[in-house]
Design a protein around this ligand. Sequence first.
Ligand code: CLF
Ligand code: SF4
Length: 489
Amino acid sequence: MSQLIHIQPLEPNGGIPSPRPATQGCASSACGKMSDAKDLADDIWEKVKDHPCYSEEAHQYFARMHVAVAPACNIQCNYCNRKYDCANESRPGVVSERLTPEQALRKVIAVANEVSQLSVLGIAGPGDACYDWEKTKETFEQVAKVIPDVKFCLSTNGLALADCIDDIAKMNIDHVTLTINMVDPEIGAKIYPWIFFENKRWTGIEASRILHERQMLALELLKERGILTKVNSVMIPNINDTHLLEVNRVVKEKGAFLYNIMPLISDPAHGTHFGLTRQREPSHQELMALQNQLADGTKLMRHCRQCRADAIGLLGEDRGQAFSMDKIPETLEYNPANRASYREIVAQERGEHLEQKKSAEKKLAELEAKPTILAAVVSKQGGRINQHFGHAQEFQIYEVSPYGVKFISHRKIPLYCAEGNGDDQRLDSIITALEGIQAVLCARIGDCPREKLEKAGIEVNVDYAHDWIESGLSSWYAARFSKENRRIA
Ligand code: CLF
Ligand code: SF4
């Protein structure tokens, strides 16, 4: 992440961050499940409701942390170079320090005491969590003894998963992510130069065939054990982009709960094969077009931030540098108080948010047929329209129509306002990132960026500052069309 990272100062309520300004409203978690739970059975909802990756709505409230205890990997992906590390960079496979299970436990306690939002401990490398299983297992076992209510999550390429499935099931690991980029070994051969399997190095189509078979076996075993499985696929233009429709079909058929397409990162500076061979990344529009083709009948994750293997915090923020091992005391005791109080606040907050979403849906449904519009919202945590345009480092993109308000994606942007001054060059990049977007809704914006955005044909609106996103967008949409209606009349 390209931002300075500090330990956040304690807030007046004993260090528990308020997700919102205090408001009245439904103050009970008994309000029911949130909107992204409509079609989930109760036992599944229990597993996903506090997981920032498995529930789109939960990512506004809950944080994950990764501990980098698993450095060894059994395959080579052409988009990965684990030697490269940069503190200002965010992508999977990258870490600043590798940890032993004992160090990982100290770090988890330090983070749990400080970051009330913490709900999930993930092991996502920097190698493969299942191939380096002994360290993964020991870490989870040690943490479970001290913080029993943290959810465990692991991410793997699937080649070695069958070897540790019994342990995974025994340890109550409810969430496993498999990265599956192909179901056709010919395509796989363009992504994986080699794998290491049964004490032997395999290359070419044979390597991809073995990987594919093991990944399918992994999916079946996870389904048999009732473990929620998310499949991540890296979208690589002209290699597997159109093929991902088939990947999605196959993994859903085999029981994957959620599907997530991650755009390839191939900056040549990272030294990956794809970077050095100038394999291009997909554009926002290409990613969105593919996601839209998958949207029918598919549970699709759209809020992934492609985290580092040592990321800490809410998705989209990374507080990892504040918790490097040199800042963590040798002995630490876990204090559950902050996390418990925070959960009570969130339960109230979710009740109110649900009510607001329902009334936004109702307002939109009452409109006569109108076009679908893409709008960008500037928000600190993704729940409310509550950030100054100049302080934003990403836009939340929403689709608004009489059918409702739907989150589509986020788009990273350079910070416009640095040291109190706007930067014109950055504004040009921001306008480029708004390709296909009709309006920006934010808490505040300066005259200069407002004029430039409007000149580029993008409407700017600050009338719904601090409203919930769904309420603000539905009111804005309704007002926009009633004005137009008046003009037409
Ligand atoms: Fe970590 Fe992955 Fe678990 Fe989440 S991340 S191991 S499922 S806790 Fe989440 Fe990060 Fe995307 Fe992964 S935003 S890269 S999907
Ligand atoms: Fe890198 Fe993960 Fe691929 Fe291994 S499986 S090469 S760690 S991206």
